[in-house]
Ligand binder design. Structure first.
Ligand code: C5P
Length: 222
């Protein structure tokens, strides 16, 4: 099957909107591959933090992104043989990821890696620009959102469950700052892609959101 015929479900949305959970479950139900594009920005950020790379040095950051020694094994994210699945979820890493994601050359360096995830029988791609930039011809595009309060509550629970400490007040401020950076950047800003189904999950369970995406998928590929 030519790559362009392999179905893609692009799920974009702001941080902690629940898109990771929804995208994962949709991929599992359909037996599709899963791309967590945020993990690539987080991996680049983690390397930059560990190496002490100047966050103003776009060129050095793009070089890190271009040669990311990463792999995805089962549900784990591996960086140079080290399992960094938990390390990349720390708030500092997420914040740094959103700072370096404003650089066009960093975004460009990660394109090939993302396109490589499109394999038969299909792909669920989760991020900010999956439907608008990386897979503009995706068969299904979804923009998943939720109120800042609902998202802060979910992120709080996630962090506490993982054993990180968290303050609701700091989380609300961080989310707002990250939303502002993601929506206002000049390149690939966070916006619903053309033709995207917009789904507000503030008062929905993950399963209800999964069902909505599966219905859109079923009607798109019949
Ligand atoms: O989705 P996640 O919170 O893991 O992403 C971390 C950061 O990476 C986001 O805040 C965003 O700035 C950036 N990102 C992006 N484009 C993507 C995925 C993530 O700019 N496709």
């Amino acid at each position: 099957m030519p790559t362009s015929h392999i179905p893609v479900i692009a799920i974009d949305g702001p941080t902690a909107s629940g898109k990771g959970t929804v995208a994962h479950r949709v991929a599992d139900k359909l037996g599709y591959h899963y791309l967590d594009s945020g993990a690539l920005y987080r991996l680049t950020a983690l390397m930059a933090i560990r190496r002490g790379t100047d966050l103003a040095d776009e060129h050095a950051l793009a070089k890190l992104a271009e040669h990311l020694p990463c792999s995805f094994v089962g549900g784990d994210v591996i960086l140079s043989q080290e399992n960094v699945s938990d390390a990349i979820r720390a708030e500092e890493v997420g914040n740094t990821a959103s700072k370096i994601a404003v650089y066009p050359t960093v975004r460009h360096a990660l394109i090939g890696l993302q396109l490589g995830f499109r394999k038969a029988p299909g792909l669920v791609a989760d991020g900010r620009d999956m439907g608008s930039v990386i897979f503009p011809h995706a068969q299904v595009k979804v923009f998943l959102t939720a109120s800042v309060a609902a998202r802060a509550g979910r992120r709080y629970k996630q962090l506490i469950d993982k054993g990180f400490s968290a303050s609701m007040e700091d989380l609300l401020m961080d989310l707002q700052a990250r939303d502002d950076r993601d929506t206002q950047r000049a390149i690939a800003p966070l916006l619903p892609a053309e033709g995207a189904h917009v789904l507000d999950t503030s008062d929905m369970t993950a399963d209800e959101a999964v069902d909505a995406v599966l219905k859109w998928h079923a009607s798109a590929i019949k």
